[in-house]
Design a protein around this ligand. Sequence first.
Ligand code: XMP
Length: 318
Amino acid sequence: TWSLQDFITQKIEEIRKKVGNDKAIIALSGGVDSSVAAVLMHKAIGNNLKAVFVDHALLRLNEENDVRSIFKEIMGLDLTVVNARERFLTKLKNVSEPEKKRKIIGEEFIRVFEEESKKFSDAKYLIQGTIYSDVIESAASGKKTAKIKSHHNVGGLPEDINFEIIEPLRNLFKDEVRNVGEILGIPKHILYRHPFPGPGLAIRIIEDITEEKLEILKKVDNIFIETLRDTGWYNKVWQAFAVLTPIKTVGVVGDERSYEYVVSLRSVDSVEGMTADWSRIPFEVLDKASRRITNEVKGVGRVVYDITSKPPSTIEWE
Ligand code: XMP
């Protein structure tokens, strides 16, 4: 019978035959699909694969270091981490409109990746982590579906660059991709992590983005996720995260009046993100997260939990 081990063996063989001694590049996002694609390609062609990770400053706490240590040090990938923080934050300064944020990030990402790929001008192939559901989705997204949000998929292609595209996971379902990842030795916390949007924390900071707000949101998000992991809830929900609102409210700390930001925790149960129901996380778990957040994160004075489903809301706030 057909097993994923056979798939891996055959794919590696097929890639080796196709690529030969040429070089290939991939944009690694730290998400499940690009991670599995990168490691599978690396098994096939070794250091003829160059992986590029763009740090756009809108990542979760310690994400850039995690990605570096997992893929470079543990998996032995030839990984280039591009520090593009300044560039993105400068472009995003004073921008509040959600679609404008997405557009700026999508365009800037392509520009950065393009610059990097010029350094690998000898590369003939571009690897993409497309999986079966992406193929279906883009086939289905004709003019009939209203465009609610412009989903920019990290890895959007520079048009004037002539790479041949290889999509090694194109025929696999998500759970198969994860199983392939397990067989290839990718750590479980990478393979079973929640989806994370390409524009990252930019669309979870309502209104304009500043370094101060990013620092606050990263800490809040991290505490919420840690709490879910500690209580066994992380793997029971489809996606969970925090949102920083631009609202400040009054509180009391010691015997002083405080005036600090409101954050919202959001957790949803879903199959593919098209519809979603808010997760019925126990009050004790939410309580734990809320207390830690207000104790540990300076600048946050109030924590709320989002109890709207999709529709009518979307999962992200922007
Ligand atoms: P919404 O907010 O549309 O989110 O209900 C559905 C799923 O898509 C993710 N999402 C995005 N992913 N670029 C992405 O790559 C985007 O601009 C984007 N907006 C939303 C969201 O995190 C959820 O998993």
